[in-house]
Write a protein that binds this ligand. Structure first.
Ligand SMILES: [Fe+2]
Length: 156
């Protein structure tokens, strides 16, 4: 059945596409954070192992909420690793192990780039697209990335 929530088809498709790209970024960052959780080494191992776990759990929730937001707009969410890699602007981690500083620096830069992109997208989505629900949702996602970025930055 057609989604009739007062947003025109054009903006709805455009916003669903932007959300699909965000979903891909969140999924890649989720995976990179799990990678850090598994492979970080050093005297601060346990502390960082736990911090990365806390962060990937938050990212897993955002992955789910982003996909469901796409469905609320009447579009289908990408759900294959191939699509995620095509849609994402992030690059996968190529390192095996490393100390916490190395992992944190890499993750921090991903959080900052997602936050910067969201900051540009939110107003047009709310104003031009009249999609206040997505604008509100993305504001929460932006806040989460800002907080995680702060937590990571505070270790450097
Ligand atoms: Fe674990």
């Amino acid at each position: 059945m057609k989604t009739q929530i007062g947003i025109k088809e054009g903006p709805k498709a455009e916003i669903a596409h932007q959300l699909s790209k965000l979903l891909a970024d969140e999924f890649v960052l989720y995976t990179k954070t799990r990678h850090a959780h598994w492979n970080v080494e050093g005297p601060d191992f346990y502390d960082k192992h736990k911090m990365f776990e806390d962060q990937y759990n938050q990212l897993a929730e955002v992955v789910d909420e982003t996909a469901e937001r796409i469905r609320m707009l009447g579009h289908f969410a990408p759900g294959t690793l191939r699509e995620f890699l095509e849609l994402t602007d992030l690059t996968e981690s190529t390192r095996e192990g490393g100390d916490s500083k190395t992992f944190i620096t890499e993750l921090l830069s991903d959080h900052e780039s997602i936050a910067s992109r969201l900051r540009e997208q939110i107003d047009p989505i709310g104003d031009k697209g009249k999609d206040l629900g997505t604008a509100d949702f993305l504001t929460g996602v932006l806040r989460m990335h800002e907080k995680m970025a702060w937590m990571l930055r505070a270790h450097l």
